[in-house]
Every structure is written in structure tokens, then in C-alpha cells.
Design a protein around this ligand. Structure first.
Ligand code: TIU
Length: 223
């Protein structure tokens, strides 16, 4: 077992039964001209998570963890995009509309790809999801159970949207989850802080919160 300093208490995990889940580190969210920017957000607020994500990814690969990269996006014909999701954005800025990096949040378009720094390598799972949570209408639970995964290290963007939704879904399914604080980011720093506080409050109502440094130290420690 490994033990990472965390809130509300140390997060204990066995590397063979732990997956690193990196949520939606896609060009559409992180680069100017994508979906995040189209929603009126300052995308530079998300770039602070890239370095910690990369360090965490390197440590997880070295420790032999299962690595899962998720991407939020839809089929080109939008058949898997709920109209209620699409129509909330103004015309011209909706999912499927043309943008500088291709059609916004459409699979196969440049903006849908994971940023080069965090590009998946062979053997890692790339999970396309139509919703905010990574368990919604995907085979993630099956993939995790097939590998005997019991614990998740969760990083990515945005803290209060896709990271929190996924962590809550995982917690309800019985996975022990740690959000990696500095490897997550939000367009709203106050929401980032509040989302993390909500996870570890009440004795860890949803799970644990650890820094990337503490998690990497645990990953690199002797069993
Ligand atoms: N991945 C994810 O969080 N999707 C979003 O749309 N997030 C926003 O904060 N908009």
C-alpha cells in the first residue's frame, strides 16, 4: 500500500488497484478559440494544471498505474448530444458549430483532442463521453472492474464541472477517490476551491483531496 498525505486523512492505495483518470484536458477547453473560450471563459486559468498533470502522469506511468484519459464530445451528427445541452449556448457558439479548431466539441475535430503535453500513449484508455460525468453512458465502470480497480486519482478540468461530477459518480459506485488539487483547475478559482472543500468536508463525504506532490511522493515510495 502507498499512503499520500491528503485531506481529511491520508489516502491509501495499492498501485495495481488504482487508476489515474485525467479529465478532459482537451484543446477545446484549454486553448483560445475553443468551447471554453466560446462560453466567455479565460482559458489561461486552466493552464496552471498542465504541469502538475504531466508530473502526475509521468509518476503514474512509472508506477504502472492504469491511465485513463477522458474527452467530452459528441458524434458529428449530434445524435448523442441532448438538445437541452446544445441549446443553452447562443447560436454560433453551440456544440457542433464551426470554430477556429473545428466543430466545437465534436469527435475527430482538432479542438476535441487532448493537448499535446498530455497526449495518451499506447496502452492507455481514451474514453469519449457525451456528458460531464465519465460514467454517464460510457463503459468506464466495466473497464475499471475488469482491471480490479478500487481507487481513483482524479485530475483535469474543470474542478467543479467534469472532475466533481465524475468523482461523485465514482464514489457512489464504491470507488475510493482522491482529487489531485493542483492538477485540477477551473475558469472560476472560487469554484475550484469550493469544489475541493466539498469533497473532503464532513469526514470526506465524497473522498479525499491531495496535492500532486504528495501523490507523486507516495507513488515513488517503496511499498
Ligand atoms: N470538462 C468540463 O468540465 N466541461 C465543461 O464544460 N466545463 C466547464 O466548466 N464549462
Amino acid at each position: 500500500m502507498r499512503h499520500a498525505a491528503a485531506l481529511p486523512s491520508a489516502f491509501s492505495f495499492h498501485p495495481a488497484a488504482t487508476a489515474l483518470v485525467i479529465i478532459d484536458m482537451q484543446r477545446d477547453f484549454l486553448e483560445p478559440g475553443g468551447f471554453g473560450a466560446a462560453l466567455g471563459n479565460d482559458v489561461s486559468l486552466l493552464s496552471r494544471a498542465i504541469g502538475p498533470c504531466r508530473a502526475l502522469l509521468d509518476a503514474a506511468r512509472a508506477a504502472g498505474l492504469l491511465v485513463i484519459h477522458t474527452r467530452e464530445g459528441h458524434r458529428p451528427d449530434l445524435s448523442d448530444c441532448p438538445p437541452a445541452k446544445r441549446l443553452r449556448a447562443p447560436p454560433g457558439l453551440r456544440i457542433g458549430d464551426p470554430g477556429p479548431m473545428g466543430r466545437i466539441l465534436i469527435r475527430g475535430e482538432a479542438g476535441h483532442e487532448i493537448i499535446p503535453t498530455l497526449a495518451p500513449i499506447p496502452g492507455e484508455v481514451v474514453l469519449d463521453k457525451p456528458g460531464k460525468g465519465a460514467f454517464c453512458e460510457t463503459d468506464l465502470d466495466l473497464i475499471l472492474r475488469n482491471r480490479g480497480i478500487a481507487a481513483l486519482l482524479i485530475a483535469g478540468v474543470t474542478t467543479e464541472v467534469c472532475v466533481s461530477t465524475t468523482l461523485r459518480e465514482a464514489n457512489d459506485r464504491g470507488y475510493r477517490c482522491a482529487a489531485i488539487s493542483d492538477a485540477c483547475a477551473s475558469y472560476f478559482p472560487a469554484f475550484h476551491d469550493a469544489a475541493l472543500a466539498m469533497i473532503h468536508a464532513q469526514g470526506g463525504i465524497f473522498g479525499w483531496v491531495a496535492t500532486s506532490a504528495a501523490t507523486i511522493t507516495a507513488l515513488e515510495s517503496a511499498p
